[in-house]
Design a protein around this ligand. Structure first.
Ligand code: SF4
Length: 88
């Protein structure tokens, strides 16, 4: 049995609310999945050597000793990719 709130809403509005809820849930799920997905080394343009003075070791996303929050797999502290971000 539905609660009193449901009875106060016409059927066409219930369907609209349900559709909106499903749409929002799907968007949130896809957004969080995209945010959690790491790029491949190829997608990131990763190279195992530094670019000028810039390297993974001083990037915001580097997780010592060999991980990265943005790129899949092991990374070299002396490597670099296009997602490089110097900490504030
Ligand atoms: S430069 Fe790229 S691969 Fe290296 S830590 Fe930063 S985001 Fe990861």
């Amino acid at each position: 049995m539905d609660g009193p709130f449901v009875y106060a809403v016409p059927m066409q509005h219930r369907l609209t609310r349900r559709g909106l809820f499903i749409t929002c849930a799907a968007m949130m799920a896809s957004g969080s999945a995209a945010a959690e997905r790491k790029a491949s080394k190829s997608e990131a343009g990763y190279q195992s050597k530094s670019k000028s003075v810039y390297s993974c070791a001083d990037c915001t996303f580097f997780r010592a000793p060999v991980s990265c929050a943005r790129v899949q797999g092991a990374v070299n502290a002396n490597g670099w990719c296009k997602f490089y971000l110097f900490p504030d």
